[in-house]
Ligand binder design. Sequence first.
Ligand code: GSH
Length: 227
Amino acid sequence: MKLYMNAAACSLSPHIVCRELGLDIELVEVDRETHRTSGGEDYLTINGNGYVPALRLDDGKVLTEGPAIVQFLADSVPHGTAMLPELGNLRRNEVQSYLNFITAELHKPMVLLFNPAYATVHPEFRALVSKRLAWLNGRLAGPYLTGEAFTVADAYLFVCLNWSPWIEIDLKQWPALHGFMARVAARPKVREAMQAEDLEAFDAGGVFFAPHAYVASSGRTGSPVRP
Ligand SMILES: N[C@@H](CCC(=O)N[C@@H](CS)C(=O)NCC(=O)O)C(=O)O
């Protein structure tokens, strides 16, 4: 399988899921400006929307949309029920509920906070994201969103929360979420995925990750991640 991706973008979520499940994938980087892949393909012929992630299966079929991809990955192997419970188990629907919450209530408004074209409404979007994060913080009782098991929704949440420093959202105000980040960042397979995307911790707590070139630079101007 091939995973079309950008470092630290939402494609890191299916990347983490692949590694957690022990699935063999080839990472293919997509140039955001030219829509060319590292292998020279025109990415618009793979995903007409131009954004990552996309998953190309071994038979050539392509699946797009992060939340659908991570569910497909977990369903593709028997042990995937550890990350997405089986049909008929309400915990599966709880994981799906979180995937939908993350994609609609966090990911999309966070994307707008990266976009200077929306600068005039950034305070409102920041307030909205903060309200959602406060709610989530109050619900996070176990180590992970639905309890003891690290699910596909946790991988997605980790990736989105990792963007917070660049949109002026201080996660420390929500201790459960901050603790969640530290817990996920310490998972060996998550570390492996970040290493493969050349990401390094850039804060003292080792909770937020950015490309090596950004961490190593003295100025650290602009955003090193583009969701
Ligand atoms: N609805 C899509 C959104 C994907 C998305 O926003 N991808 C971003 C990276 S996190 C991207 O590639 N943006 C570039 C673009 O929109 O051209 C999904 O959930 O997969």
